[in-house]
Design a protein around this ligand. Structure first.
Ligand code: FE2
Ligand code: FE2
Length: 178
């Protein structure tokens, strides 16, 4: 990425982060506004996702982004309503879903890399492992009644996921064209 692209990508990232904040702030609890803010966020999140060209992996990335959208919705719910019993229950279900799917996806992607003889598979698996450690550290704190940390978890995944897919996962597809 050259300097100009770098600047542009920074600018784009800032605007998306601002948009996330704006969307959360604009929701007043009315069904209609909540719905349209969520749709806007889904569009923004999916617009950052690039297809790498390997169908099975691309489909899993889409599912991961859906889990991230769910986490965003819970984050907004907690911001609006506070950590009520209902929000806590939703948070637990959402975190379990995201965690389970992330672990499954990493495992399957790692198996795939070994299967095709991808030379950087060890390093790629190490990147997954390091991310997962950070993710689980925050997830565990959230589960010990620190639901406000859901924002930290959302931004950790948000910042890491697209960069990883668009850069690291894309290299797998460059190496192997089925
Ligand atoms: Fe991936
Ligand atoms: Fe990966």
């Amino acid at each position: 990425m050259n300097t100009e692209e770098n600047k542009l990508s920074k600018k784009r990232e800032k605007s998306i982060l601002e948009l996330l904040d704006d969307a959360a702030a604009s929701i007043d609890g009315s069904q209609e506004k909540t719905q349209s803010a969520h749709e806007e966020i889904e569009l923004q999140l999916f617009s950052r996702l690039q297809r790498i060209g390997l169908n099975a992996i691309d489909r899993q990335h889409e599912t991961l982004v859906r889990h991230l959208c769910n986490l965003y919705k819970v984050m907004v719910g907690i911001r609006l309503n506070g950590p009520t019993l209902k929000e806590d229950a939703l948070l637990k279900i959402t975190l379990d879903g995201l965690t389970e799917y992330t672990v499954k996806h990493f495992q399957e992607e790692e198996n795939y890399m070994v299967y095709i003889g991808y030379p950087e598979s060890d390093n790629h698996a190490k990147i997954h492992k390091e991310f997962l450690a950070k993710f689980l550290e925050i997830r565990n704190k959230i589960q010990e009644s620190n639901s406000h940390l859901v924002n930290d978890l959302f931004f950790l995944v948000y910042k890491w996921l697209f960069d990883h897919i668009n850069r690291e996962d894309a290299k797998i597809a460059t190496f192997y064209k089925p």
